[in-house]
Write a protein that binds this ligand. Sequence first.
Ligand SMILES: [Zn+2]
Length: 314
Amino acid sequence: MKEVFELASTGIYSLGYLIKYAERKGLKTKTGKHLGKSHLYNVLTSPTYYGQFYQDGILYQGNYEPIIDKTLWDMIQKALKNRSKPKVNSWDTDWNGLAYCGVCGCAITISNKVKHFKRTDRTVTYSYAHCTHRRGDCVQPPIPVKAFGQMVLEAVSKITIDKEAWTLGVQLLKEKHKHETNTNLNQLKNYETEYHTYQAKLNKLVDMRANEELTKDEFMVQKNDVLKEIAGVEARINDTKLSARSWLELTEEYLNNAFNAKDIMQDGTAEEKRKLILSVGENLILKDKTMQFSFKQPYDVLLLPKYRTNVLGD
Ligand SMILES: [Zn+2]
């Protein structure tokens, strides 16, 4: 249970995701039922877990061992508040430029149309996703933002993985990671050897200059050459170390995205959604009211059974 509290405090995960997580860990309600969102919400907001309880509206200090401390509890309350901010209209601008028109290639943008109903004195705003028509006449019809969002949701949700695919994905990543790490390590070794060679060269130049085998000018020219080489090798060493790290980060992001895709698309903030779409997909094309969507590597792996058998075969 403590892990669920900790995950909740990050503010990254939706209630739906936290429930799934809790159930994977075998957590259920006292009566053995599945957790519901409102139940979990009550648990996360109840002071009982950090050692206090309400009786007749007054907060008392309990004399039992609390599950979490007050600091974590405060973080959870803040995270919950941030997550429950209204997200409805923020979709609009966050959609801009994500997709392209399948006929003329222009960007899809969102426009609002305000309609006033005289009889009931009501104003309603309609949001539409449509082609910008920058390249002349395009007859692609606008579609309501809601339908547009639904199409992207369905597309992105396809990479939400079940436990089996998850295991295979992890295996594949480990394989790739091993390969990547080995290549990196070999490269690093070569660069380090090179680095030592240049250092030795530099030392030798200093000795030669001390023995007056080189004039001052000769020494300066040759020393500068060697220093340039050393700087180059140092840069390559840093790059290699950096790329090893970014691969790890990528791996982590990959696993998180694949696991949470559907939850993020359903309950995430506009920013989370946009980030997810951009990191997993490319070439979002809107044509004749349907969405074409390609998954970036390695997300496409989750969709191709052919690829999965390769992983198992290894
Ligand atoms: Zn168009």
